[in-house]
Design a protein around this ligand. Structure first.
Ligand code: KG4
Ligand code: ZN
Length: 337
């Protein structure tokens, strides 16, 4: 059978990435150019700066992705691109590039939802098993997604306020680590203990929604309170306590949902999937509490934003010939459907 090679483009936030993916599962190349150093001094992503970097990088990265795959554009069968959610100006750069490449070479154009991409990052490791439950935890999203089959997404719960990654980044600022704080807090947490016992938001509630703003406020209040009293708090314990609260809630709700829906697989997805506490705790909980459910955790390189995951998700659309014309536009608030 002919192999299908998709050139995939991801520019939804601060990573310019282009990949070549074969049959939705094999990475031929996955070039990721991070702009984080340009944003760090502002303590967050500056959308205008992100767009400018994408413009500078996109054609170079696309060529590099083809070179690394040892292919030329004639060997490509389709062009895929993230259409949302994300920053509108950033998305538009990837979309314009994808349209131009597709038009110039007469290739079909495939729009991909960024969150679907995060879920399908796991397909680059081994085939997904359905029905599955995806725990999506990123800088902008925290949701539990039930999938009966490829391309079928049903959100059974989501955050009512901050996303998990967003909460990490906000308390990271308070503790004084560089943006984005998630990775640094995770490292500090490995050396501390849960001594502060922060609240576990909505953990006992009989639904699959999340809330991290109460935790964030408790954390910030505790730190400010100590500052006013001139009291020195152990930062590693603070990080470990925050992490324990986030991980407890994420893991307990995921396990409960997996039992209720009888899924065959749990899939971890999104930037926060890189979190060591979460990876360990979820692995342990699945092993101890679920009998016939496997767990898929992406390798670290595929947790953050990258185009390989977009190519993996695009293959599902390729098989059903879900192509679009050049009126494709960025959808900053795109939902999974
Ligand atoms: O998926 P992603 O790369 O971008 C979005 O689509 O949002 O996720 C980025 C988020 C950031 O909030 C970052 O702090 C968080 O993932 N993150 C982590 C870790 N590594 C990245 N959060 C906790 N622990 C980590 N090890
Ligand atoms: Zn992402």
């Amino acid at each position: 059978m002919k192999r299908v090679r998709i050139l995939a483009i991801e520019t939804s936030c601060d990573e310019t990435s282009v990949a070549v993916i074969e049959d939705g599962e094999k990475i031929l190349s996955n070039v990721v150019a991070s702009q984080i150093k340009s944003h760090q001094r502002f303590g967050g992503i500056v959308p205008e700066i992100a767009s400018r970097h994408h413009v500078e990088q996109i054609t170079l990265i696309a060529q590099e992705a083809l070179n690394e795959a040892n292919l030329s554009i004639e060997n490509i069968d389709a062009v895929a691109v993230t259409e949302g959610p994300g920053l509108v100006g950033a998305l538009l750069i990837g979309i314009s590039a994808a349209k131009a490449i597709a038009f110039a070479h007469g290739l079909p154009l495939i729009p991909v939802n960024h969150i679907a991409g995060h879920i399908y990052a796991n397909q680059l490791v081994r085939p997904l098993t359905f029905p599955l439950l995806a725990l999506v935890v990123s800088g902008g999203h925290t949701e539990l997604v039930l999938m009966q089959k490829d391309g079928d997404y049903h959100i059974i719960g989501e955050t009512r306020d901050d996303a998990a990654g967003e909460a990490y980044d906000k308390i990271g600022r308070v503790i004084g680590v560089p943006y984005p704080g998630g990775k640094h807090i995770d490292e500090m947490a490995q050396k501390g203990e849960d001594t502060f016992h922060f609240p576990r938001g909505m953990m006992k509630e009989n639904n699959y929604d999340f809330s991290f703003s109460g935790l964030k406020s408790s954390f910030i209040n505790r730190v400010h309170n100590a500052e006013q009293k001139g009291e020195e708090l152990n930062k590693e314990d603070l990080a470990a306590s925050f992490q324990a609260s986030v991980v407890d809630v994420l893991v307990s709700k995921t396990i409960r949902a997996a039992k209720e829906y009888g899924v065959k697989e749990i899939v971890l997805a999104g930037g926060v999937a890189a979190n060591r506490g979460l990876r360990n705790s979820l692995s342990k909980a699945v092993e101890e509490q679920l009998e016939n459910t496997s767990l898929a955790i992406p390798p670290l390189a595929l947790c953050g934003d990258n185009a390989a995951m977009i190519g993996a998700a695009a293959y599902v659309e390729y098989k059903t010939q879900h192509f679009v014309d050049y009126s494709l536009n960025a959808k900053p608030g795109l939902e999974l459907s």
